[in-house]
Design a protein around this ligand. Sequence first.
Ligand SMILES: *Cc1c(COP(=O)(O)O)cnc(C)c1O
Length: 522
Amino acid sequence: MALSDNPQTIAQLLERVAKHASTKFDTTDPQQRQTLPQKPFPSSSSALLQSEDANIDPATRAFLSLQLTQRGSGLETTVEELLSRIAPSIANSAGPRYFGLVTGGVTPAAFIADWIVTTYDQNAILHSPEAMSGYSVITEQAMMMVLDLFNLPREQGPRRPASEYGEAEEKYFRAMTTTGSTASNVVGMAVGRQWLGIHERGVDYCQDGYDGQVVVVTNMAHASVWKAASILGIGRKQVIEIPGMGVTEGGSEETFENEIKRLKQAGKAVLVFLSFGEVNTGIFPRNTRRVAEICKQYNTYLHIDGAFGIYARCSPKYEHLADGLELAHSITACGHKWLNVPYDCGLFLYRQSLEKSTMEPLFSSTAAYLQPSDTPFSHPMNISIENSQRFRALPVWATLRAYGRDGYKNIVEENCRFAKTLFDWMKLTRPDLYTVLTEDCPLNIVVFAQTLQKEEDPQVLEKKNADLLARINDTGVAYFSPTVWKGRPAIRAAISNWKTTVELDWEPVRVMLEEQATALRE
Ligand SMILES: *Cc1c(COP(=O)(O)O)cnc(C)c1O
C-alpha cells in the first residue's frame, strides 16, 4: 500500500478523529464520566492468545489474529479500526472519576498543543545556532512558567553563561522536561551521585567509574527510588528507609540526624531522597527546613521527589505542606500527573549551578555529526538521558498560558476538596462501612478499607479487599487502585484530574460506594 495518501483523504480522516476526540471534552456527558471501556474485544484477558474461543465473532477473531501483512491495509481501514475497535477498548483513565495511581488527564490546551508537537515532529535535541528557534524560546518560557507555578526562585531576564554566575545566584533554579517522574528520579540520583563524587569523595565518577560508596537515605519513598538505585548501579540494598526525617508519622528529625552521622562515620557519601507527598496518603515531611539544615551540615545532596505533592504550592491553602522545597539541590515534579499534560512528561528542577558543573559532564554526548553551537545554556541532549527527544515543553507551555496560576489553583483545590469530602464521609458518616487508614487527609489522596465486623486473618483480609475493589471498579462509576498501608490491604483514591468536581462527581461516587460495601456486608 502506498504511503502517499491523498491530503484530502487525510483531512477528512483527521476531521473524524477530531470529532471523536472532542467528545472527551464534553464534561456534561455522563458517559464521559464513566471509567470502563466498552467491550469491542472479548472480556477474557487471554483473548489475544486464544482467538479460537467459540464466542468470538469471526470479524473480531480475524482482527485478534492479525499479524504483519505484506501490503498493509491502508490508512482508511486503519483509521476505521482505530476508531471503532481500538478507541472503545481503552479505559477512560483521562476521565474525571479515574482515581487509580496518580493519573491526571489532559487539559484542552495541552491536548491541542500535543497535536501540534506531533504535526511538526521537532526533535528537541539541540538548540539552534542562534538559540532563537521557536522551540528554544518556548521551552525556555515554559520552564520559567513551571518555576513560577511552584514559586521557586529563578533568574530574571535572559540567560547568561554559567561562568558568569556569582555565589548569590546559587539559589536560582532551572527546569527541564523528562519522560516522567521515574526518569526525573534517575536523573536526580545520577546528578546527586556525581555531585557527591566531586564534593565528598574527590572522585569524578562519570570519568573514572563509581566506587560504591554512596548510600541513598529516604523516607516513605516511591518504588521508583529503588528502581533508580538499581539502574544506576548504586544498588537497591543501598537505599535506606528511615521513618524519621521529619515525616509526620513516626520517627523524628533526630533519628534522621543520627543515621546520617552514623553513615558519614562509616565513610559513606549520603544522598538524601525526600518524599514530598507520600504515594498512599499524601503525607509530607513535618519539617523540611530542619531536614535540609541537617543535610547541609553533613554535606549531603538533597533531592526532593515531589511528583504530585509539589502541586500543593499552587494553592495558598496547601502550600505550607511543601514548605522548604527551595532548599533542595534538585526536585522531581510530574507533568503527566497533576499538570494534566499528556504522557510522557516529567519535570526535573535543579539549581542552575548544577547545569554546567555536574549535569553536562554527566550527560553530554559528543559526536562529529552532532555539532552543538555555543549557547549560554546547555543543549537538552547534554543534560538529560535522551539525545533525540519530543518537544514536550509545548503542551506545558500551552496549558500554563491558557489557564495561568488561577487555573491550577482551582484544579488543585477542587481535587483536594473532593478527596476531603470522600475522607469525611467515610470517617464521619459511614464508619460502619469504610475505615480511613490515616488520621487526616492532607492533600488529594484517601487510603481506606472496608470496616471489619470482627478480627480477620491476613489472607481473608486480602481477599475481602480484592473483592470489594473488583466490585467497585466493575461498576464503571469510578476506578480505584489497591495498596497496602501499614500492613493492611487497602484501596486508595488519588484525585488529580482537571475535570473532577464535587458537584458533578461526588453524589454518584457516594451512592456507588455505599451500595457496594452494603452488598458485601449483607
Ligand atoms: C508517580 C510517582 C513517581 C513515578 O512517576 P512516573 O511518572 O510514573 O514515572 C515517582 N514518585 C512519586 C512520588 C510518584 O507519585
